[in-house]
Design a protein around this ligand. Sequence first.
Ligand code: TMP
Length: 218
Amino acid sequence: MTPAKRRGVFIAIEGPDGAGKSTQAAMLAERIEREARLRVVRVREPGGTPTGERVREVLLDPKLAAMCPWTELLLYMASRAQLVEEVIRPALAAGHAVVSDRFLLSSVVYQGYAGAIGPRPVLTLARAAFKDCLPDLTVVVDVPAAEGLSRSSRRRRGARGGKADRVEAKGLAYAEKVRAGFLDAAKRRLAGRSVILDGRAPAGEVAEDIWHEVRRVL
Ligand code: TMP
């Protein structure tokens, strides 16, 4: 069977932990619905399907601190392959917009750059698993590493009783590598067409900047 033809638009919102991605993804989805009158399917990674949410629990479990970067990569890709098949591809075939909170660029950066696997093996796996299903635009919401960490630990104190997840527990040196990785990988367009926006401004201003970029691909 040939895959259904793709008609919708696929936007990924990316950035370091604490950049405000989830807020921005919600605001963007609402605006696409209101102004472009498209139905929007919102997803998050890792997760977004029953299988993927189970994989997410393993990936973010602080008790599994010894997980090596290759195991991480294969689990993130497993969750993503399921999300593409079960949700993203059908939504695009139906002409909907998909707004994803993280996608391939996160694996390129967290496992490829910060985990030292290198970006190429990550891209090779993606090509094999879902080559024809990459975002039309990846928006990187950039904040300095220390600011991102302090924002996400503030959020954690509110929501999770103060416990860092397995990724956040890696600290500032890791967060610096992640931030530098996002800037480099986005400039080199390793995961397709990408823009980098300053995430330090108030959320409303960041949302305007994102909208300015997204409307060009709608
Ligand atoms: P989030 O809920 O803030 O998006 O948390 C997900 C964590 O997983 C975040 O620290 C980034 C990390 N991550 C990777 O390391 N690789 C990936 O491919 C993805 C999607 C997320």
